[in-house]
Design a protein around this ligand. Structure first.
Ligand code: AMP
Length: 214
């Protein structure tokens, strides 16, 4: 299974991608996580990406396509993978199709997480993230056992630099302009299914699982 999760920032793609990856032994591939890892390592790529990410802008297609191209060659991707946050432009979707064709593979399904912008602003503003393992929490409805500490790995939780209101609104504008057409790209290929991402996480998990069967 090669699964693409599409949806605006904060719609729960990352949470669901982790669950699906664990349940089916697929690999979760998140370009956002890869870029944040590059930032933490202080690589030139990380520095270039950080400046754009902090402004809520996308990093260039060529950068994320190279990251994905390299990563999907790894043996652990043979079983299948779930893409979260990639592709974000039609050019990225086309590049993904091209690189999969070379491996005689193709995207199996694309699942769109449907949710209103105002709900996302509320969700993202309260979001706290573990930069070490990527686990996510929320100040109101997904609190860690110990305030400010990751339940999974014990590292400090932070508010991502791009989770402030001005940057959130910019990321949503970029999403509507650039990423929404990606849904259309998969709709034309008859691979798109939509789930109501305002529902509680367990219900969204069930809806996504159902979407993979039809
Ligand atoms: P995310 O963690 O998926 O919300 O991504 C955080 C930020 O990383 C985005 O706002 C972009 O600046 C950058 N980014 C992540 N994935 C991509 C992508 N596929 N194309 C371009 N930029 C990306």
């Amino acid at each position: 299974m090669i699964l693409v999760l599409l949806g605006p920032p904060g719609s729960g793609k990352g949470t669901q991608a982790k669950k699906l990856a664990t349940e089916h032994k697929w690999v979760q591939l998140s370009t956002g996580d890869m870029l944040r890892a590059a930032i933490v390592s202080g690589t030139p790529l990380g520095k270039q990406a950080k400046a754009l990410m902090d402004k809520g802008q996308l990093v260039p297609d060529s950068v994320v396509i190279d990251l994905i191209q390299e990563r999907v060659q790894a043996p652990d991707c043979k079983q299948g993978f779930v893409l979260d946050g990639f592709p974000r432009t039609v050019a990225q979707a086309e590049a993904l199709d091209k690189l999969l064709v070379e491996k005689t593979k193709k995207v199996s399904r694309a699942v769109l997480f449907d949710i209103a912008d105002e709900e996302l602003v509320r969700r993202l503003g309260g979001r706290r993230t573990c930069l070490k393992c990527g686990s996510m929490y929320h100040l109101e409805h997904l609190q860690p056992k110990v305030s400010g500490v990751c339940d999974v790995c014990g590292s400090a939780l932070v508010q991502r630099d791009d989770d402030n209101e001005a940057t959130i609104r910019k990321r949503l504008a970029v999403y509507h302009e650039t990423t929404s057409p990606v849904a259309e790209y998969y709709r034309k290929q008859k691979k798109l299914r939509t789930v109501d991402a305002t529902r509680p996480a367990e219900e969204v998990t069930r809806a996504v699982s159902l979407a993979l069967t039809k």
